[in-house]
Design a protein around this ligand. Structure first.
Ligand SMILES: Nc1ncnc2c1ncn2[C@@H]1O[C@H](COP(=O)(O)OP(=O)(O)OP(=O)(O)O)[C@@H](O)[C@H]1O
Length: 891
């Protein structure tokens, strides 16, 4: 870098600092601007849409790319850069430029990255913003996972044992909380490369940050966490037995401390994430069921979350989303939640009053974090003040709620009366965003400040009287006293009156129509007033910082109340949704039964006029109803029934009422779905490959307590292969663990209906349609018994496929149905010439699909008319029998 030598001291300083933050865009403070140089400037100008200029170095040939943003509006630009996945290092002037000898000292005061932002402009207030660390200290298949939301102080710690070669289990847990940033051990760059690729495919835009291996040492981790939480053991958090999880948590705490350069005491505890205590639901299933976003477009609207979320506060919204992603498995906890929802459902008056109060409460969880990080401003404290006003009324209502859940919430709830009094007395009701402009602190809060305010206020009066006096003494009626930043206070006299100006006036400035003067008396006055103003700004700033520290010391109470409010909001929201959409309380037990009467799909029904959605019953039990094969035409509603069953189970286990007249849900340990294949290409696998790996996952991991939803497996390959796989999979699920797995299996392979003949746990159902003229009417009703009609061609017609194509398809279908083809009579050329009649033939290389039953063999023999057989036919019959028997043996 020959140019460096020729650079100005300022640029040298810039490069020195930049060298320490190479992976970040450096916001280099120069006066009222943050400037960026070199590649940073090129990147930022593009992302921010601002002009890229250049600055000359000493050597004019080497002009340096440069761009800048004003300091006072930096947050919007920062938000844009972070949202685009960049890291930004904020470098401030750390000494007064006026006092500086030579180049002003500068230092990076914060590094912002997608995982550590707390700015409301960047964050979605209804979702958590997690930074995650993945630790594998022993390189064992146990991954330590920790998730921290710096904006709320939540810190989750868990471990996942994942012996799979592709890390699919850890991937499921990682993507569940969709972190914005992931910290990885730099020594694992290669070993985790595949996992990293898979994460990027599922969480586009996620930012990876590599940390030194030293940070991942479990021993150092424990020490760091002991120090951070000021404890001698982590047992109190229920994390004593974790090692890699602890390492992961420590990596984040260290990183956040380092980048925020502030005490991060608002991360005040570790919350163990015992993944086995929640209903497991893998990433594919979460997507397929559209829990938090739609498959197409990734929108919240149209997801289950959008229907359930009637929360009034951002804290409640985040909790609801979290609980939706982590439905429970423990009976008592589910019932406790359901009792609370039930109470609020029954007591409309309390629910409505609580919701009205909650609507007036701001995001005090995030406000608290900003207080702790020292980034809150006057407006934030006004929001806190306005929020705490409602708390005593909340307590009164809470005391009217019966049930252990409410008792627990009330115990944690603090009405924060003292904080309200403090804020009401301290914060100026019109406090601005800036901390340096004054008007932060209310009069009456601090005696010294009051005195300065009085001087300033009196000063105005003094000016008016001084002006009047000068007018009188000089005889210039339009004489004015004014102020500007260059000369301070001055007396202005218009040109026509200049002859009346007294001798002691000292001329300072000449304008076109006037002259400006000062007097010793005016200067003395100025010293007093301006000094007061400066002192006032300084004092207000210090008082504000002190107030912020006082509040930070009370953070534990604020946070406990914020979380209690979130819980109330969550419960009220479920009760409100239940009321609005006619949901009913499910019966939860530990049986092996799922029995739903008049169940509906919570999202699809919302898109239809009331009463248009056709409810359906589902019974899954171990009394011969374990695997339901659901057949029926395209568009009949098979997928809808499958999905609504999974959603109803999930809702019940999160403690929600369900869209059904009656639901008995035996607690489920995992929900598996094999539904669509929307994201196949993103994961770099073929549709069929994804389908099969999802199927393998189900067969390897489903237990008799799981619920499996299979929507047409085997579609991605040839009919015979697909049908065989579908058949074998259904058979396996019906017989797994000698118990079977509760399975809903929608299929267009009508041959699967025959499974029920041999498998006692399999039952056939179909979705009814009514034929009408040449078309069909969808009844959307699930009825007992299978169907072998697809009406695919009619549906194609309804979908607008041209009439002549439909007609041709009908011809072909007729040919196939009449078995009018053999190897010579290809149905696809049967349009003009009538095909030869022939026996339907099995492909020479394709074995007959299914095992012959003893009945079939017997029937074959009975149908043989032995006396009528030619010797050749007899031979053939013998071969057929032999073939049937050897097939049976090989099976
Ligand atoms: N119970 C119902 N009541 C009213 N409308 C329904 C119902 N079930 C499904 N529908 C409507 O029918 C459409 C198709 O449903 P669905 O996708 O479940 O059919 P399908 O049988 O799985 O079709 P395919 O076999 O083609 O995948 C839905 O988008 C919805 O508009």
């Amino acid at each position: 870098m020959t140019t460096v030598v020729k650079m100005t001291p300022m640029l040298q300083q810039y490069l020195e600092i930049k060298g320490q933050f190479e992976d970040a865009i450096l916001f280099y403070r120069m006066g009222d601007f943050y400037e960026m140089f070199f590649d940073d400037a090129i990147t930022a100008a593009k992302v921010l849409g601002i002009t890229l200029t250049s600055r000359s170095s000493k050597d004019d040939e080497n002009r340096i790319p440069m761009c800048g943003v004003p300091f006072h509006s930096a947050s919007g630009y920062l938000a844009k850069l972070i949202a685009a996945g960049h890291r930004v290092a904020i470098c401030e002037q750390t000494e007064d430029p006026a006092a500086a000898k030579g180049i002003v000292k500068r230092e990076v005061v914060r590094v912002l990255s997608p995982g550590v932002v707390t700015d409301s402009q960047v964050l979605d207030d209804r979702s958590n913003n997690y930074i995650c660390a993945l630790a594998r200290p022993a390189k064992a298949p146990v991954y330590g996972l920790s998730f921290v939301d710096v904006s709320t102080g939540q810190c989750l710690v868990g471990e996942v044992e994942d012996p799979s070669s592709d890390g699919s289990l850890v991937l499921d847990q990682l993507t569940r909380l969709a972190p914005a940033e992931i910290l990885l051990d730099e020594a694992e760059t290669e070993t985790l490369a595949d996992l990293k690729r898979a994460i990027t495919a599922m969480l586009p835009g996620v930012c990876f940050t590599e940390r030194h291996s030293r940070c991942f040492s479990p021993h150092a981790a424990t020490e760091l966490l002991h120090e951070h939480f000021n404890v001698v053991t982590l047992d109190g958090f229920g994390c004593g037995a974790l090692t890699s999880g602890i390492a992961a948590a420590a990596v984040i705490i260290e990183y956040v401390g380092e980048t925020q350069k502030a005490a991060i005491n608002h991360i005040e505890k570790l919350t163990p994430l015992d993944l086995s205590s929640y209903l497991q639901i893998d990433d594919a299933s979460r997507r397929n069921l559209e829990l938090t976003q739609t498959i197409i477009g990734g929108k919240r609207e149209g997801s289950l979350l959008s229907v359930l979320d009637q929360t009034c506060t951002p804290m409640g919204a985040r909790l609801l989303k979290h609980n939706l992603l982590f439905p429970l498995q423990e009976l008592e906890s589910i019932i406790s939640r359901l009792n609370a929802v039930d109470f609020l459902y029954q007591h409309r008056d309390i629910r409505e009053q609580l919701r009205a109060l909650l609507s007036r409460i701001y995001d005090i969880e995030r406000l608290n974090s900003r207080i702790m990080l020292g980034t809150c401003n006057g407006r934030d404290l006004l929001a806190l003040r306005d929020s705490v006003v409602s708390l005593p009324d909340c307590v009164a209502l809470l005391n009217r709620c019966a049930g252990e859940k409410f008792t627990a919430i009330a115990a944690a709830f603090d009405p924060l009366v003292d904080i309200r009094a403090l804020l009401e007395s301290a914060i100026h009701p019109e406090a601005p965003v800036s901390l340096r402009e004054g008007n932060l602190i209310r009069e009456g809060f601090n005696a010294e400040l009051d005195e300065l305010i009085r001087i300033q206020r009196d000063g105005r009066q003094l000016i008016l009287s001084l002006e009047a006096k000068e007018r009188e003494q000089s005889g210039v009626p339009k004489l004015k006293i004014g102020f500007n930043k260059v000369f301070g206070y001055y007396i202005e006299v218009s040109r026509v009156n200049l002859d009346k100006v007294p001798d002691h006036y000292i001329r300072k400035q000449t304008l076109v129509n006037a002259e400006r003067f000062i007097t010793p008396e005016l200067k003395e006055f100025e010293g007093k007033v301006l000094g007061a103003e400066e002192r006032r700004l300084e004092l207000e700033y210090h008082l504000f910082c002190a107030l912020r520290s006082d509040l930070a010391a009370m953070s534990e109470r604020i946070l406990a109340t914020a979380r209690a409010l979130a819980e109330i909001d969550f419960l009220c929201s479920l009760a409100e949704t239940a009321r609005n959409h006619a949901y009913h309380r499910p019966l939860i037990d530990e049986s092996d039964v799922i029995h739903i009467r008049e169940g509906r799909h919570p999202v699809i029904e919302r898109g239809m006029p009331t009463g248009r959605f056709v409810p359906n019953d589902i019974l899954l039990d171990q009394e011969g109803q374990e695997v339901l094969i659901i057949t029926g035409p395209n568009m009949a509603g098979k997928s809808t029934i499958l999905r609504q069953t999974a959603l109803i189970v999930l809702m019940a286990q999160m403690g929600s009422f369900v869209p059904a007249d009656y639901a008995r849900i035996g607690i489920v340990d995992r929900i598996f779905t094999r539904v669509g294949a929307m994201d196949d290409l993103r994961r770099g696998q073929s549709t069929f490959m994804v389908e099969m790996s999802e199927t393998a996952n189900i067969l390897n991991n489903a237990t008799s307590r799981s619920l499996v939803i299979l929507d047409e497996i085997g579609r991605g390959t040839s009919t015979y292969d697909g049908l065989s796989i579908a058949w074998a999979v259904a058979e396996e699920l019906a017989g797994k663990d000698d118990k079977g797995v509760k399975t809903l299996f929608a299929t267009h392979y009508h041959e699967l209906i025959d499974l029920a003949l041999t498998q006692e746990r399999v039952k056939n159902y179909s979705v009814a349609v009514r034929e009408w003229n040449d078309s069909i009417i969808f009844l959307h009703k699930l009825i007992e018994g299978g169907t072998n009609k697809s009406y695919g061609i009619q549906v194609a017609g309804l979908a607008g496929v041209p009439a002549h194509v439909i007609q041709r398809a009908e011809e072909i279908l007729k040919n196939i149905e009449q078995s009018e083809f053999d190897r010579e009579g290809d149905p696809y050329i049967a349009r003009t010439s009538k095909p030869k009649r022939g026996r339907r033939k099995t492909h020479p290389n394709q074995l007959p699909l299914f095992q012959p039953s003893p009945d079939q063999v017997r029937e074959f023999i009975q149908r043989l008319s032995v006396d009528d057989l030619t010797p050749r036919q007899a031979m053939e019959a013998l071969y057929t029998l032999k073939g049937l028997c050897s097939l049976k043996e090989s099976n």
